[in-house]
Design a protein around this ligand. Structure first.
Ligand SMILES: NC(=O)c1ccc[n+]([C@@H]2O[C@H](COP(=O)([O-])OP(=O)(O)OC[C@H]3O[C@@H](n4cnc5c(N)ncnc54)[C@H](O)[C@@H]3O)[C@@H](O)[C@H]2O)c1
Length: 380
């Protein structure tokens, strides 16, 4: 099996998730390649030390990402750093000829995202994808098949969202994700929005216009020293879009929600598609359950529940009857990226978010900011 040598820039929460996925690569069956993490970079040396201790394969530990870019042994990089650094680091990585799985939102704002897109266009031999793991849940893979089979009939309505309650405690100290300089004007849309866009975009549902209501519920928080400081990012976002199915040209409403202050929700990702012939619902609160209503024009309209086992895009050693969870979705996302790197054709809902999809999310969030500011409906 081919080995692809990786570096990680940004050894925080998400960097560790990648390390853990690599450590259990043997979980996957029939992969054309395996990743090996040989280099780690973080400006905080404590963060990088965890990797050096956990992964014997690491031979380079640095606080300067340019030292990693100069390492000829590194084939590909996972970059998981604050949003203000995306444009500079992603472009430097791509120009150095390293393949990149970048984190969302893929640039702090539209201008930063356009810089990244231009750099990708200038370096077509580099494979670039954006991280987003929830579509790898078995129920969502099944929804993807229904989309590809055009099982929904005429589309009536789509809803998708990602809800957290992590900020419900108003005394939680501020961190970079709540600061405009590091997280960006998009606030909770930049943080959580790519997750809510991934399935509708991959299904070919394009937002034409948007009316957004954005809420800054907690305008101040304590900092790490206990001083009260402004907390300026949007906490919650509700977007109502007129969306269009690219295949049929039909338009329908798409309601999109990203919320950091959603009581009772820990990490709730959901999608719902309603059509004249089929409707589906999935919510990570009940991670194995797909709800499905199929209607052929006669008889009762019955919502059914399918408890799916381990039905995945990339085969594993786990028996088909067992449950699937968050870290399994991360492993599947990495299987997708590594399979593409190894030259395998990865299509449909098995493929990671593309830079074009990330660019569309920026156009949507930028229009949503204008909509909130002007109280208007804005074209995307
Ligand atoms: N896919 C997901 O589910 C998911 C979940 C959380 C966060 N994210 C995204 O991942 C990215 C990182 O978020 P996180 O939660 O891991 O943040 P984090 O704060 O836990 O980690 C970021 C790390 O980057 C390091 N860093 C900062 N500047 C650096 C530099 N110049 N060079 C090298 N390292 C530097 C920090 O020291 C920190 O260790 C963000 O884009 C975020 O939106 C994705």
């Amino acid at each position: 099996m081919k080995t692809i040598k990786f570096g990680i820039i940004g050894c925080g929460l998400m960097g560790k998730e990648f390390a853990s996925a690599v450590a259990r690569w043997c979980h996957l069956a029939d992969m054309p390649a395996r990743p090996e993490i040989i280099a780690v970079c973080d400006t905080n040396s404590d963060a990088a030390d965890w990797f050096a201790a956990a992964l014997p394969s690491v031979t380079q530990v640095t606080s300067d990402y340019k030292a990693m870019l100069a390492n000829d042994d590194v084939d590909a990089i996972y970059c998981a750093v604050p949003h203000n650094l995306h444009a500079k680091l992603y472009c430097d990585i791509i120009r150095a000829g390293k393949h990149l799985l970048g984190e969302k939102p893929f640039g702090i704002d539209l201008a930063a995202n356009e810089e990244i897109s231009a750099c990708i266009a200038d370096n077509p031999d580099v494979l670039v994808r954006c991280s987003s793991e929830f579509p790898f849940f078995p129920a969502v893979q099944r929804i993807g098949k229904l989309v590809e089979d055009r099982a929904f009939g005429q589309l009536l309505e789509v809803s998708s969202g990602f809800l957290h309650s992590s900020d419900l405690n108003f005394n939680k100290p501020i961190n970079w994700k709540r600061m405009i300089d590091f997280n960006g004007e998009y606030g909770c849309m930049g943080d959580l929005g790519m997750h809510a866009c991934h399935v509708p975009f991959r299904a070919g549902f394009k937002p034409l216009d948007v009316r957004a209501v954005l809420s800054n519920i907690v305008p101040a928080r304590p900092d790490k020293d206990g001083n009260t400081v402004p907390c300026e990012t949007w906490d919650n976002a509700t977007l109502l879009c007129r969306a269009q199915d690219k295949t049929t040209g039909e338009t329908f409403p798409w309601t999109f929600k990203t919320q950091r202050i959603a009581p009772g929700e820990t990490n709730t990702w959901y999608v719902e598609i309603k059509g004249t012939q089929a409707c589906v619902r999935f919510n990570t609160k009940n991670p194995r359950r797909l709800e499905l209503l199929q209607y052929d024009g006669s008889g009762d309209q019955v919502w059914g529940q399918i408890d799916l086992g381990y039905e995945v895009a990339f085969k594993t050693i786990t028996g088909g009857i067992f449950e699937f969870g968050f870290s399994d979705a991360i492993l599947q996302m990495w299987a997708s990226f590594v399979a593409e790197l190894a030259g395998q054709e990865v299509t449909g809902f098995a493929r990671c978010v593309t830079p074009k999809e990330a660019a569309l999310s920026h156009r949507l969030f930028t229009a949503a900011l204008a909509s909130e500011k002007n109280g208007s409906t804005e074209s995307v």
